[in-house]
Design a binder for this molecule. Structure first.
Ligand SMILES: [Zn+2]
Length: 487
């Protein structure tokens, strides 16, 4: 049979048609619509060459556990560029894991009046106190760190052992964390261990300032911090409430932005553990948001999703703002699970039905086609935290992360770090690296990075005029970054 038109035959497909289809598909991905300037194209070509080198090397960092890949990433030329890149905002970071444990141990635990106690379950507690603290149920004997260190021959070894209690980072992640239960247990212990240090009122100020500094150093200009606004304590035992903590975060932010005028600021997403008092927490959040509209962005619930209650279980509490005619934006963690078809697996849909502003993780979103459509229609971004997902054992090789699907479809997305101090990261560069090199593969280009960074302002909780200001400031930084590195 004779073919009139190539496309009607089983023979060689039309190369022009094939090119067109490939371009059409590429245009759907994150950043696929962005038209790169000449300078951006040069930088993009350079990045592509670097990626070719890294992807053909014997060890490919995104395929390896981050704890074992970190030193490889630090040597990567792509990573070094990402550190210089203006990344916009960090929208998913928990307050207890904001600052590197190195600083906590080397700075905070060296302050006067810091007591330590080693618990029966081989964890550690800290407490600042004017006099020796009395025994507690979990702590029988407190030792003044200054005295203890004086008696020790190897303070560096001791400090390293303290750090081990405050982070998940280890040289042997596969041996130490054989499954999700073990890693989550250590995760929760580390939070409790750090609490005694961070909730000391004078420490909190320095801690938060230091946290903003670490972000700023990584070229981040704005933060949305998930915080339970824990009560803080003074040396004499005085306790401050949530409002004090909120005001302190506000004061520190004001001071930091005065010292660093290119930093936009920080807002708080008030979080509550998934427990039975959710109604009271929602009420509290409504009040806090009403009293501090500039600082409080909204509400979220935290805790291990797989072993906690579902969002649907709390539907009455979560309907409260609407019932009261109040507005309380939600920023729910949802879909941080590998389990398909469970009640927990419906959290993404319920988060959307409760009009969540963004989805924390959304790891399960790619396998919920309807929720995915709904999220896209409502323009609800996913907060992708690749290293968190890998360390908490949802995925091992990041090339298999479900966000590959979301990214190839241009699903609204931002990159964040979740719990930097627990994972041994700082800023967003490590997570950007994993998203750009591992999840994005060869397809992800400079347009992808540009869109991801711009998205962080676009999908932030900032009011329109501040978003505009933030975007303009970010764009200026972006152009300078491209000009400095393209040629
Ligand atoms: Zn989180």
């Amino acid at each position: 049979m004779h073919c009139m038109y190539m496309r009607d035959c089983d023979g060689m497909p039309d190369p022009a048609q094939r090119d067109l289809l490939m371009r059409q598909e590429a245009s759907r991905q994150t950043g696929g619509q962005i038209v790169l300037t000449a300078a951006e194209q040069k930088l993009d070509a350079y990045l592509h060459r670097l990626k070719e080198q890294e992807m053909s090397a014997a060890q490919f960092p995104p395929a390896i556990h981050f704890f074992k890949a970190k030193h490889l990433i630090q040597r990567s030329s792509i990573f070094k560029l990402l550190q210089k890149m203006p990344k916009g905002a960090a929208l998913h970071v928990h307050s207890s894991a904001l600052v590197s444990v190195d600083w906590l141990v080397k700075n905070v635990t060296y302050r006067p009046h810091c007591y330590v106690c080693f618990t029966w379950d081989s964890s550690v507690r800290f407490l600042f106190s004017a006099r020796p603290p009395p025994p507690r149920w979990d702590c029988f004997s407190w030792q003044l760190l200054q005295t203890l260190r004086g008696k020790l021959g190897d303070p560096t070894g001791f400090d390293n052992s303290l750090m081990q209690h405050l982070t998940l980072f280890t040289q042997d992640p596969d041996g130490e964390y054989p499954n999700q239960d073990v890693v989550w247990e250590k995760f929760e212990k580390a939070f409790i261990a750090a609490a005694g240090l961070i909730t000391h009122a004078p420490v909190l100020r320095d801690y938060f300032y230091k946290g903003l500094e670490e972000l700023h150093q990584d070229n981040i200009m704005y933060l949305e911090l998930r915080s339970g606004l824990s009560r803080t304590y003074e040396l004499d035992g005085t306790i401050h409430d949530k409002v004090w903590t909120l005001k302190t975060l506000q004061e520190v932010t004001t001071k930091f932005t005065a010292d660093h005028p290119d930093f936009l600021g920080a807002r708080v997403i008030f979080v509550h553990e998934k427990s039975l008092k959710v109604k009271a927490a929602v009420q509290e959040a409504i009040q806090l948001q009403k009293d501090f509209p500039d600082v409080v962005a909204g509400f979220d619930m935290v805790g291990r999703e797989d072993s906690g209650r579902t969002l649907w279980y709390f539907r009455e509490a979560l309907s409260l703002p609407a019932e009261l005619g109040a507005t309380l934006p939600y920023f729910f963690h949802a879909g941080e699970t590998d389990d398909e078809g469970t009640d927990i697996d419906q959290n993404i849909l319920d988060a959307l039905l409760f009009n969540t502003s963004r989805i924390g993780h959304g790891y399960a979103l790619a396998r919920h086609p309807l929720s995915k459509e709904l999220a896209k229609k409502k323009n609800v971004a996913v907060e992708l935290c690749p290293i968190s997902n890998q360390v908490l054992k949802l995925v091992s090789d990041l090339r298999n992360h479900p966000a590959t699907v979301l990214m190839s479809e241009g699903h609204p997305m931002v990159i964040s770090s979740d719990d930097p101090s627990l994972f041994g990261t700082s800023g967003l560069s490590y997570d950007f690296y994993q998203a750009f090199v591992g999840i994005g593969g060869f397809k992800a280009n400079l347009g992808t990075l540009k869109e991801l960074a711009a998205n962080s302002i676009r999908y932030s909780s900032l009011p329109a005029h501040l978003k505009e200001k933030g975007h303009v400031a970010w764009e200026t930084k972006w152009d300078a970054f491209v000009a400095d590195n393209c040629c």
